[in-house]
Design a protein around this ligand. Structure first.
Ligand SMILES: [Zn+2]
Length: 66
């Protein structure tokens, strides 16, 4: 189960690396067995150091869950 979430994060990291949006970093947030978001680093694309994958994921999750 958790391996699948890690695989999802790794896939996102590769996606971000290939798209050159930032380094090869991915993050997945899961709540009560549901994926809330799966994202990759956006630092280079957005020129914003708060767009690390894990911070970006937290921002999205916060917006989705209030
Ligand atoms: Zn980070």
């Amino acid at each position: 189960m958790y391996e699948n979430y890690m695989q999802m994060a790794i896939a996102k990291a590769k996606e971000g690396k290939n798209a050159s949006t930032g380094g090869a970093f991915g993050a997945v947030i899961v709540f009560k067995g549901q994926v809330v978001c799966a994202v990759h680093n956006q630092v280079k694309k957005e020129q914003d150091i708060t767009q690390h994958a894990e911070l970006h994921a937290i921002q999205i999750a916060a917006k989705k869950t209030g």
